[in-house]
Design a protein around this ligand. Structure first.
Ligand code: HEM
Length: 402
């Protein structure tokens, strides 16, 4: 058995796997890693094996399992929160952190929000949000930090629009959701439930808020319990959707601006945009360590993942598996099936918001390219600072000019 590799490690280029993951790539599809606390776990790095294991009921998403693997000290500290915060976090992971049959039942309601043309209905509002945010960034002048001036607020504003939180209430909603992770968690939670109840009582609500109110009523949830259930779903969408979408826009833009040929091709033919959004998502793989725990022994080609072992799916390597992709390191808008990457996961927990995320990114990249023909990095690519110590990928900032 070869030496385990430390995980996670920092990327040096925002859209390439950490250089220290090279031995993991060489040992595809499965190898050992050491976590920050000295525990060992498995790294899955092969495309076909990922699809197989993420659909296997012996690979559990149960965050409350004592053997659940933790990627860094900050995540471990979150497990030592006070009771109120723990309750809130339990509610926020009530979809992604549970297994079937509980997961299937919750997922059915959560999916109901995305039916009936939600994305088409909110598309003009998403465009408005992105236009406003870009105009704001331009008004402040070049150079700008694309993360704080565009990607993060545009992603959050788009999510609020999809959720159906009116603009005048968004600052309040944001403050209260931030309080959910501090000492005022219980009070903030009650206020947010009351907010949803008030929206429900006033008028037919927009977006996911309206769709979820209808869905829980259809399922027979009593009227007094409905606002809490709807709030929980909205918060899950916010928590799952904000940083993922923001980082995909920011890291995706950094990749795009370092590929002048592909950038020129995209400017010349905007019909390539949907494929480009998926290809950028494949390459940047922001969730670079989807976690699981084995709840029974699993044989993988003569190796056993034992019951109680932690497992990380290293998406930056999975999306570059040479057995699945020709020239996996190239940014190529013409792949036969651009949407088959695993940046949105696979199996029963596959990203619920992927169509919304794709739409937000399409609008964000399309608008950036159209309105800022001279957009370029304001500093040498090697200087772009990545968030250290995380399996989830983000940029500290992305200085751009135009
Ligand atoms: C580019 C942006 C995004 C990326 C890369 C992304 C990635 C992912 C991944 C990898 C998973 C699977 C996690 C696992 O298996 O443990 C996931 C699940 C999920 N995502 Fe996303 N996501 C994005 C945007 C969004 C948005 C915008 C929303 C909501 C509006 C959203 C909602 C969710 C939810 C609710 C789940 C849990 C699904 C379940 O457990 O059944 N995501 N996402």
């Amino acid at each position: 058995m070869t030496d385990p590799v430390a995980f996670p490690q920092n990327r040096t280029c925002p859209y390439r796997p950490a250089p220290g993951y090279r031995p993991l790539a060489e040992r595809r599809p499965l190898s050992r890693i050491t976590l920050y606390d000295g525990r060992e776990a498995w790294a899955v790095t092969g495309y076909a094996l990922t699809r197989r294991l993420l659909a296997d009921p012996r690979i559990s998403s149960d965050h409350s399992d004592p053997a659940w693997p933790v990627a860094n000290a900050a995540a471990a500290a979150a497990q030592k929160f006070g009771e109120d915060q723990k309750k809130v976090i339990g509610r926020l992971t009530a979809l992604v952190g549970v297994d079937d049959p509980e997961h299937r039942a919750r997922r059915e309601v959560a999916e109901a929000g995305f039916r009936a043309g939600l994305i088409d209905a909110v598309r003009p509002k998403l465009q408005e949000v992105v236009d406003r945010q870009l105009a704001d960034m331009v008004a402040h002048g070049a150079p700008a930090d694309l993360v704080s001036a565009f990607a993060s607020p545009a992603a959050l504003g788009s999510l609020y629009a999809a959720l159906g939180i009116p603009r005048e209430d968004q600052e309040y909603f944001k403050q209260k959701t931030q309080q959910l992770f501090g000492p005022a968690a219980a009070g903030a939670y009650d206020e947010l439930v009351a907010y949803v109840a008030k929206q429900a009582g006033q008028h037919p609500a927009d977006g996911l808020l309206g769709a979820y109110l209808a869905a829980v009523a259809d399922r027979g949830t009593p009227a007094d319990a409905a606002p809490a259930e709807v709030l929980q779903l909205l918060l899950i969408m916010l928590v799952s959707g904000h940083h993922t979408t923001s980082s995909s826009i920011a890291i995706g833009a950094s990749a795009l601006l370092q590929h002048p040929e592909q950038l020129a091709e995209l400017r010349a033919d905007p019909s390539l945009l949907p494929a480009a959004v998926d290809e950028l998502s494949r390459l940047v793989a922001v969730t670079d360590g989807v976690q699981r725990v084995a709840v029974a022994d699993i044989e993988v080609g003569g190796t056993t993942i034992a019951k109680g072992d932690g497992v990380f799916f290293v998406l930056s390597l999975i999306n570059r598996d040479e057995e699945h992709y020709r020239q996996p390191d190239a940014l190529d808008w013409h792949r036969p099936d651009p949407g088959d990457h695993l940046s949105y996961g696979s199996g029963p927990h596959r990203c619920l918001g992927l169509d919304l995320a794709r739409t937000i990114m399409e609008i964000a990249f399309g608008t950036l390219l159209e309105r800022l023909p001279g957009l370029r990095l304001a500093e040498a690519a090697a200087e772009i600072p990545v968030q250290p110590g995380e399996s989830f990928q983000g940029l500290v900032e992305l200085p751009v000019t135009w």
